[in-house]
Design a protein around this ligand. Structure first.
Ligand SMILES: Nc1ncnc2c1ncn2[C@@H]1O[C@H](COP(=O)(O)OP(=O)(O)OP(=O)(O)O)[C@@H](O)[C@H]1O
Length: 244
C-alpha cells in the first residue's frame, strides 16, 4: 500500500533521514519507533508532503505521491492525525465531524447508494462517532472534552475522510494511564478496518498491537520485523530498548 524508497532529508546540512526504505502492506498495523530525535516525525512530515524529500520516492497504492500536499493525499485516501488540536474548539464534536465528512462526501458520491446528501452526512457522522466512542459526547463543544477525548476527535476527523491508510503520530502522548488504555483499545479496533502506521513511544503497546515494527536511529533503519524479532534484536536493545 505504501512504499518508501531511499528517502533522505537534511535540515541545515544535518542528515535527518538517511536513505530509508520500507513498505506498509494493506491491512497491517506498522509501528515506527526510535529514540528521541531519531527522525520519526520528520519521516511522517516528508511522507505527508509537509517537506519535500531531498532524495527518494514515496508511492501510495502504486501512485507516486512524493511531495504531494495533504489535501491531495486525503483525496487519495491517506489521512494523518496530528499531535496538535486540529479542530474547531467552539463547535460541537458532531459539527466538527460533519465538516470533515462533508469534504469527503463531495468527492465520493458514488459510494452512497442513492441516499440524500443530508442522510449520507448523518450516516457517516454516526459511523465515525460509533468507531471513536464519542457518540455520548457528540453535542459537547470540542473545547469541553477531556484531553483523551480530544485526541479521539482528532482521529475521528481523519476517519471521516474514509482513509485507506491512517498515520498516527504518538496517539497516547501526554495521556493518563486510563486514557492511554482507551486509546489503545480504539486503535486495535480501527486496525481491523484500516491500515495504520503509528509512531509510538509506549513499547508495551507497540509490542502488543503491531504486525510489524520499523526501528530508526539517527534517521537510519536499524531493524524491521514482527514484534518477536524486534524484541530479540540485539542492536535494537542496545540503541533503544535498554534490554527488554
Ligand atoms: N523543520 C525543521 N527544521 C530543522 N530541524 C528539524 C525540523 N524538523 C525536525 N528537525 C530536527 O530533526 C531531528 C529529528 O526530529 P524528529 O522530530 O523527526 O524526531 P523524532 O524521532 O520524531 O523525535 P521525538 O521522538 O522526540 O518526537 C531533530 O534533531 C530535530 O531538531
Amino acid at each position: 500500500m505504501l512504499n518508501v524508497q531511499d528517502l533522505s532529508k537534511s535540515f541545515s546540512q544535518l542528515l535527518i533521514l538517511n536513505h530509508l526504505n520500507f513498505q506498509v502492506r494493506q491491512g497491517e498495523l506498522k509501528a515506527i519507533i526510535g529514540p528521541n530525535g531519531a527522525g520519526k516525525t520528520t519521516l511522517f512530515n516528508v511522507i505527508t508532503g509537509r517537506f519535500p524529500p531531498d532524495e527518494g520516492k514515496v508511492t501510495f497504492q502504486d501512485k507516486d505521491i512524493t511531495g504531494a500536499k495533504p489535501h491531495q493525499l486525503s483525496r487519495l485516501g491517506l489521512a494523518r492525525s496530528f499531535q496538535i488540536n486540529n479542530f474547531f474548539l467552539k463547535l460541537s464534536v458532531r459539527q466538527n465531524l460533519e465538516l470533515a465528512v462533508q469534504s469527503r462526501l463531495e468527492r465520493r458520491s458514488s459510494i452512497w447508494r442513492g441516499l440524500s446528501p443530508a442522510d449520507r452526512l448523518e450516516e457517516k457522522t454516526d459511523e465515525v462517532l460509533g468507531w471513536t466512542g464519542l457518540a455520548e459526547h457528540q453535542d459537547r463543544l470540542a473545547q469541553e472534552l477531556s484531553y483523551g477525548d480530544q485526541r479521539k476527535l482528532e482521529i475521528g476527523l481523519a476517519l471521516a475522510t474514509d482513509p485507506a491508510l491512517l498515520m498516527l503520530d504518538e496517539p497516547t502522548s501526554g495521556m493518563s494511564r486510563f486514557e492511554s488504555l482507551s486509546m489503545i483499545e480504539l486503535i486495535q479496533r480501527l486496525s481491523e478496518r484500516v491500515t495504520i502506521v503509528l509512531i509510538e513511544h509506549d513499547i508495551e503497546f507497540v509490542m502488543k498491537v503491531s504486525d510489524s515494527i520499523l526501528v530508526i536511529h539517527y534517521g537510519e533503519k536499524i531493524a524491521e520485523g514482527p514484534p518477536s524479532e524486534i524484541e530479540a534484536n540485539e542492536e535494537v536493545q542496545r540503541v533503544y530498548l535498554g534490554g527488554l
